[in-house]
Design a protein around this ligand. Structure first.
Ligand code: ADP
Ligand code: MG
Length: 994
């Protein structure tokens, strides 16, 4: 309360921050006045002068200070240039369409630009002209000569905005380019070399991965650093897309799946369960009819456990009485005291499926059905006790114990694989609905994005789920893929020295932007007051009633020629509405965010009189809807939401599509108890109570501000949960990120080095002592060393021709022996390469290191994937998966770095840039070595041109599948503390089953 009063008096923090920028706006406008007197040449000369001045400042902080100093004048220069282009009605082309420049920055746009320059998020409503706002800080920050990037949500917008705003930059003497999906590397390099570059997050991110993880020479790299980036539609990119890391993958070398083998059995099992659940459902119905609603609720609960999307169950849920009975049963079972009863209940089914946590479990019956002879083949053995037993067995030698353990481990792995396969198949059958979660096209399973309804060809679910769905649909099961390089969007953007963002909707997620990206949000006032009228939600019991009401509303708008934009959450819903409209003979357009450019054209027309446009969430985002003639008098564009989205932000985004720049406009959401949000997050429960209070009858609709609040409470819960999931993804990726930085730096140092031999010698100096210690221990001279083994290793790794007598290992300390070998190896290496052409040797040396890094890093990524999945199993053993993951990942990384070095050593004398030279070299070696240790001559790497092309084996080129792979996200465990901060367990609080 006190806070509220203070706010009234002092204004919010945001208002104060914005107010503080007002004097600078005044100064910019004063400069703009003065600049009017200059000729074009004089204005353009400013750019050159600033660029020169900034280029002379070596340190980044000093450059930034300078930028702050010149900001008012630099912004004024940009605004003044925009004014000049407007005055002369400058004509040009944008995406091959004629265009006339007609914009001069408004004051609020100057404010937005300053916020962006400060590395914050500008929240500016749709239609406020963010594209133009970005020109101010981009111009200013590009003056450093280090490049400035603008990140868009799709390729079309990158090109459109680069063409459009490029006109202004070019007028001022800066270059501007854009990255497009189909550009070859040399064009990309050109575009990155421009002062300002537009492009999508995935193009930027993949270029980073290719540059740092795959390029073998500087010339193959296209980017030139990460100075300043503005992310347009920043919520969409940093929040919605944050759950899908960018992954470059190739076909996996190992494939272990048995989906096709298990499919027929799982098919039958699912059918048995369906029959069982249908029978239970009709049993429940009878019990209801006999007035035994408690018993009926229990039976329904069982159906829900076994088949949450069971059709008769869903139908019964339309009845508030029956719903209540089920909820009552459910609530009572999730009390801790009834755990065993719950377990017994589950055992009456073949398996259970949890819709919220996306998990499935086989019961005893289910296991017996799948493998009647050996039902235990679906239970993980207790490895720890088995190991202890082995250890305690006096009859076994150490070697036999080791062997037995390896055997048990393998048995366990096979078991785990089988369980995993079955559980993925069950999820594929019971939770992933065809035509909702995916479609089948041309014998392929294509994922449909749950947020946008857009098909995502090329993306695959990971962890075998995609193969499981392929098996279910009976289409070709593709090889599993293996990660070759990966980064999350978040970590890509963290590379930038300065990051900023803009969007119409950031405020509701301000905490997340602050915590994760250190980005603060400033809400910029609109240029004109907002005239949009948001009506209360209308709430119905069933989807059917809801859609009928939506159609009626559309009909009414259409009758008075008011344009309508209808937002849906899925392709399925879009198509359903479209069919209903066809029946009513109402002409309309449907957008599914697939063809960005055509879509932009359709969306542009969405404000014409009488137009009806149906669109999924993301479709046409970034394209402005202007009102047609006479539309303002009819109330402007009307937006209808057909379902409340999981997050309030997406709803706001949809509402924001109308009433731009002070236009009239309105919006309304339609909600039903059958919507996912209502079903899963307890909203329906509370609503039912409210409904009762209102005395609502069957078939009626509800509308009250209280109800909007209730929906929003449900949304806040989901937002929290999703935030936690994203944070968790990031926590896991942070571990990987540190490792990636080390490896990529090592790689780039190798590529850049003019004297790669130094790096090779560093490896020798680091790795040889380690090896020597491995054989000799850390003892002093004359200690218990394993000299023979060391000698053997030396002679199969290096052509030194050492013998027992020559080596005299016994006479030296461990350290002295290491030093002795280092000198010998270096000496031999000098001799070897003296026979070769110096530049070729350099390429070869770089290649030996790169090859070792790449091969082992990829293996490491594979192992890390497995680890990440594996640690979740340990979650059961009361250990925090993240800590487990961190510890093991660290150990694995230490091993990785050591292995890379050993591999370099190993290949040092097995590679040559020139076979002839190698043979010459061999001829200088003692003959016995040739016979014994270099059989069949070298495993040579061919010629240098292969090396330069990064193509090690000549024919072993890796085929890259550059599409990002969708990953599953770790969820909040039911027993973890609830993210809402209540202190209760998640399952007893926000995660409580509806
Ligand atoms: P946003 O990205 O904020 O939704 P856009 O950048 O797409 O908005 O711009 C919306 C429309 O407003 C565009 O048609 C643009 O031409 C127009 N516009 C932006 N700024 C100005 C301005 N200062 N004066 C006139 N028109 C402007
Ligand atoms: Mg925009």
């Amino acid at each position: 309360m006190v806070g509220w009063i203070l706010k009234k008096i002092l204004g919010s923090k945001n208002q104060r921050e914005i107010k503080r920028l007002k004097p600078i706006v005044r100064r910019i406008n004063e400069f703009d006045e003065q600049l009017k007197a200059l000729s074009d040449d004089e204005l353009q000369a400013k750019t050159v002068a600033w660029k020169t001045e900034l280029a002379a400042i070596p340190e980044l902080p000093d450059q930034w200070a300078k930028l702050d100093e010149i900001l008012p004048e630099a912004f004024a220069v940009v605004k003044n240039a925009a004014r000049r282009l407007t005055e002369r009605q400058h004509a040009f082309a944008v995406c091959d369409q004629p265009m006339t420049w007609n914009m001069v920055h408004f004051d609020v746009q100057l404010v937005g630009g300053m916020v962006l320059h400060r590395g914050r998020i500008s929240e500016m409503a749709t239609g406020e002209g963010k594209t133009l706002v970005a020109t101010l800080p981009l111009y200013l920050n590009a003056l450093t000569g280090k490049g400035a990037h603008l990140v868009t949500v799709n390729d079309y917008l990158a090109r459109r905005d680069a063409d459009w705003m490029g006109e202004l930059y070019r007028f001022l003497g800066l270059t501007c380019g854009c990255i497009q999906h189909d550009q070859p590397p040399d064009i990309r390099r050109q575009q990155y070399a421009m002062d300002i570059t537009y492009g999508t997050n995935s193009e930027f991110g993949f270029d980073y991965l290719r540059d740092n993880g795959m390029a073998a020479t500087r010339e193959q790299q296209v980017q030139r650093g990460y100075n300043y980036a503005i992310v347009d539609e920043v919520d969409s990119i940093l929040i919605d897309e944050a759950r899908t890391p960018l992954i470059i993958s190739g076909p996996s070398t190992v494939s272990t799946h048995q989906y096709d083998k298990w499919k027929p059995l799982v098919d039958q099992l699912v059918r048995k369960q369906t029959m069982l659940c249908n029978r239970l459902a009709s049993e429940a119905k009878e019990l209801f009819e006999q007035g035994k609603s408690d018993e009926a609720g229990l039976v329904l609960f069982k159906v829900k456990l076994g088949q949450p999307r069971n059709k008769p169950l869903l139908r019964m849920m339309e009845d508030p009485e029956k719903r209540k009975a089920l909820e009552k049963a459910e609530l009572s079972f999730f009390q801790d005291t009834r755990k065993e009863e719950l377990f017994a209940l589950k055992e009456e089914l073949f398996f259970t499926i949890d819709e919220k946590s996306n998990e499935s479990d086989l019961s005893e019956q289910g296991r017996a059905f799948l493998n009647p002879d050996e039902p235990d083949s679906f239970v993980l053995p207790d490895l720890i006790s088995e190991f202890t037993e082995i250890d305690l067995d006096p009859a076994l030698s150490d070697e036999a114990k080791e062997k037995a353990k390896v055997e048990r481990q393998q048995h366990c792995d096979a078991q785990a694989e089988r369980i995993h396969n079955i559980s993925q198949l069950l999820r594929a059958y019971c939770l992933f609905e065809k035509d909702v979660a995916y479609v089948v096209e041309e014998n392929k399973v294509v994922i449909v994005d749950e947020y946008t309804g857009r098909k995502m060809p090329g993306r695959r679910w990971s962890d075998g789920l995609h193969q499981a769905v392929e098996a279910k649909e009976g289409v070709q099961i593709d090889r599993e893929t293996q990660t070759l390089a990966t980064i999350t969007i978040q970590n890509y953007f963290r590379l930038y020295h300065k990051l900023a963002g803009m969007t119409g909707t950031a405020d509701t997620e301000a905490a997340e932007f602050h915590d994760i990206y250190k980005l603060d949000v400033n809400v910029i006032p609109t240029n004109r007051p907002v005239a949009r009228q948001d009506a209360n939600d209308r709430i119905y019991k069933t989807r059917r009633e809801k859609y009928n009401a939506v159609i009626n509303e559309i009909k009414e708008c259409h009758a008075r020629s008011q344009p309508v934009l209808v937002g849906t959450v899925s392709v399925e819903a879009s198509e359903l509405l479209s069919r209903m409209l066809k029946r009513e003979k109402i002409p309309h357009n449907v957008l599914n965010a697939k063809y960005h450019m055509q879509e932009a054209e359709i969306v542009q027309r969405a404000g014409q009189p009488g137009t009806v446009t149906i669109s999924t969430n993301m479709a046409g985002r970034g394209t402005d809807i202007k009102l047609g003639e006479g539309v303002a008098e009819r109330g402007g564009l009307f937006v209808i939401g057909t379902e409340r989205h999981e997050s309030r932000r997406i709803d706001r985004q949809l509402r924001g599509r109308c009433a731009r720049q002070g236009d009239p406009g309105g919006s309304r959401f339609y909600v039903s108890f059958e919507d996912d949000l209502m079903r899963n997050f307890g909203a329906a429960d509370r609503m039912t109570k409210i409904m009762e209070r209102f005395g609502l009858e069957e078939g009626q609709e509800l509308e009250h501000p209280w109800l909007n609040k209730s929906v929003e409470t449900a949304q806040k819960r989901v937002e929290q949960r999703n935030y936690l999931a994203r944070k968790r993804t990031l926590d896991f990726d942070d571990v990987m990120n540190n490792q990636r930085e080390v490896v990529y730096t090592y790689r780039n140092d190798t590529i850049d080095s003019d004297e790669p031999r130094k790096l090779i010698y560093e490896v020798i100096e680091e790795a040889v002592p380690g090896k020597v210690k491995e054989f000799l221990g850390t003892g002093a001279a004359g200690g218990e060393g394993n000299y023979g083994a060391l000698l053997n290793w030396v002679n199969i790794t290096f052509p030194l021709g050492l013998t027992r007598e020559k080596s005299q290992f016994e006479t030296r300390t461990v350290d002295e022996n290491a030093q002795f070998l280092i000198e010998k190896i270096k000496d031999a290496y000098e001799r070897k390469s003296s026979h070769e052409e110096p530049t070729a040797v350099k390429s070869l040396e770089r290649y030996i290191i790169l090859n070792a890094i790449d091969r082992l890093w990829q293996e490491h990524l594979y192992a890390m994937d497995a680890l990440r999945e594996g640690v979740y199993l340990r979650g059961y053993a009361q250990k925090d998966p993240l800590i487990e993951y961190k510890t093991e990942a660290y150990d694995m990384f230490v091993d990785l770095m050591a292995n890379i070095k050993n591999e370099v050593l190993h290949n040092l004398f097995r590679s040559t840039s020139n076979l002839q030279a190698f043979e010459n070299f061999l001829s200088t070696l003692p003959q016995f070595l040739l016979r014994e240790h270099a059989p069949g001559a070298p495993t040579a790497t061919g010629n240098t041109s292969d090396v330069v092309a990064g193509n090690a084996e000549g024919d072993g080129e890796v085929k890259l599948d550059l599409a990002p792979v969708r990953r599953d996200v770790p969820k909040v465990g039911r027993n973890e503390p609830c993210p809402c901060g209540s202190g209760k367990k998640f399952k007893n609080c926000c995660g409580r089953t509806a």
